[in-house]
Design a binder for this molecule. Structure first.
Ligand code: NAD
Length: 473
């Protein structure tokens, strides 16, 4: 966990934000405690022989809620991971799933490891051994608990986990659904890798569809031409920055990474930078911008939109007052501490909170899980049928109007949706609907003044209803 002096821990910070929402809701104390508490927590320690020596690894999996099954949440590999962080992230998953109407409980896992210190084969051994522990102890299966990638893990680790589960449970016809975020040829779904960043883009687009909301952030107009600072160019940050700059005309004026920040007020070409990082392992010597060694200080740079997409606890009591962004969208989990959140709210900075903003990942994981348990690629049954219908429609239009339609128009009318189209459409709809529900909560209750509290009230209302419907067992 990243600890900040004189501030609550990450888990306490999440709880304090949830408490703020529960107070507004006047929720019964028992129900509040039931929703907030972490259902179960597993800590494992297991030995793996690395380069002739035995090393003992520590990992966790927290199931925050199981009112809906499976419980869902990523697995993080980080040298700072600990139980508090895992519990905080698992809790966020509960609220996140409810916000975007994904019918899952909340869970999260972590392994205390610096993956950069290990070779590929060593990481495979460690991952398979960790997965083995989680499976044997009932914390990983398609029906009860389904991990996904997070910081330090990706498709490769998910494939190893799925394969480990398959070997232990060959009789489970749904074995491939035991984990999401898998490679395409291994049961993955088109659009999962980009999903969280894509969700950030769709969330921002929806925010800018509401001029009154844009005004509360002291902004005007549309996304086009807005300046943006982004922290972290990993999976989430890269996709968010790429899509926003290439498709929406957002100007990325600074990128903050581990080894400093790059600044260019004319805009940084994200694809060029990403290729540079891949080739050199660092942002240093990138020709398209100026390097600022104190990366964290660049969070305070003037901009319209700030996107923290790296880690938790980046905006704290120490720097919150100096943050100049008008709008912050939390692509990372927990980048703003509770104290900083209070300061920013007072300053009038609008925050689109993590539990909504980065829900694109779990949303597309849900689509992948459905694809896996239904054993069919999305769109496989309907694509050609839709194409035929489109052709007939085009022919009918020509007959009725007596004029030929252009080849381009014919192609677009007579195109059946493939899996990526369906995934993006489902994600877009999810992000729009969820934002509209949150703003409805915000505008209909005078005691709610910020999008985070509105998100939690929206989410907790759904969770409480589900607890009350099934009763307490
Ligand atoms: P990642 O490991 O792919 O990327 C993280 C990036 O942040 C890396 O480029 C890293 O170099 C950079 N970074 C690390 N420390 C930094 C620092 N101090 N300052 C600046 N940059 C720093 O991880 P990710 O999957 O992109 O996840 C990022 C955040 O998004 C995390 O909070 C994660 O929990 C959250 N998230 C991820 C997903 C997902 O689908 N991957 C889904 C929901 C939420």
């Amino acid at each position: 966990m990243i600890t900040i002096a004189n501030e609550p821990s990450f888990r306490e910070s999440v709880d304090l934000m949830v408490d703020r929402a529960m107070t507004v809701m006047n929720l019964d104390g028992g129900a509040a405690a039931a929703i907030k508490s972490c259902d179960s927590l597993l800590q494992v320690q297991f030995p793996v022989k690395i380069r002739g020596k035995i090393e003992v690894f520590t990992g966790w999996r927290a199931t925050h809620s199981s009112h809906r099954l499976p419980s869902k949440g990523g697995i993080r590999y980080a040298p700072y991971a600990d139980q508090d962080e895992v519990e905080a992230l698992a809790a966020l998953m509960t609220y996140k799933c409810a916000i975007v109407d994904v019918p899952f409980g909340g869970s999260k896992g972590a392994l205390l490891i610096d993956p950069e210190q290990y070779e590929r084969d060593e990481l495979e051994m460690i991952t398979r051994r960790f997965a083995h522990e989680l499976i044997r102890k009932g914390f990983l299966s398609p029906s009860t608990n389904v991990p996904a990638p997070d910081v330090g893990t990706g498709q490769r680790e998910m494939a190893w986990i799925a394969d480990t589960y398959k070997h232990l449970h060959p009789e489970d016809i749904n074995y491939i659904a035991c984990v999401t975020g898998k490679p395409l040829h291994h049961g993955g779904i088109h659009g999962r890798v980009e999903a969280t960043g894509r969700g950030v883009q769709y969330g921002l687009r929806e925010f800018f569809r509401h001029p009154e909301d844009v005004k509360t952030a002291n902004l005007s107009g549309f996304l086009q031409g807005k300046t943006c600072v982004i922290q972290g160019l990993g999976n989430v940050g890269y996709h968010a920055a790429k899509f926003l700059s290439e498709e929406d005309g957002v100007i990325i004026t600074a990128v903050i990474e581990r080894d400093g920040a790059l600044i260019n007020d004319e805009g940084i070409n994200i694809e060029d930078l990403y290729q540079h990082i891949n080739a050199h392992g660092s942002i240093i010597n990138f020709p398209g911008a100026t390097l600022e060694e104190n990366g964290a200080a660049v969070l305070e740079k003037e901009c319209d939109i700030l996107i923290p997409a790296a880690l938790e606890s980046q905006i704290t009591l120490k720097n919150a007052e100096r943050i100049q962004a008008k709008l912050i969208i939390e692509a990372a989990n927990g980048p703003i501490t509770y104290g900083a959140d209070e300061i920013l709210n007072k300053k009038g900075t609008i925050i689109i909170p993590d539990a909504y903003a980065n829900a694109g990942g779990v949303t597309v994981s849900y689509f992948e899980w459905i694809r896996n348990i239904s054993h069919i690629r999305l769109g496989r049954m309907s694509k050609r049928h839709d194409e035929t219908q489109g052709m007939q429609m085009a022919a009918m239009l020509e007959e009725l109007t007596g004029s030929k339609i252009s080849e381009n128009l014919r192609k677009s009318v007579a195109r059946g949706a493939d899996e990526l189209d369906l995934v993006r459409s489902g994600l877009d709809d999810t992000m729009r609907t969820a934002y509209q529900q949150i703003r409805e909560t915000l505008t209909s209750n005078d005691n709610i003044n910020d999008l985070r509290t509105a998100s939690y009230v929206t989410s907790i209302t759904k969770i409480a209803r589900s607890y009350l419907d099934i009763g307490v067992y």
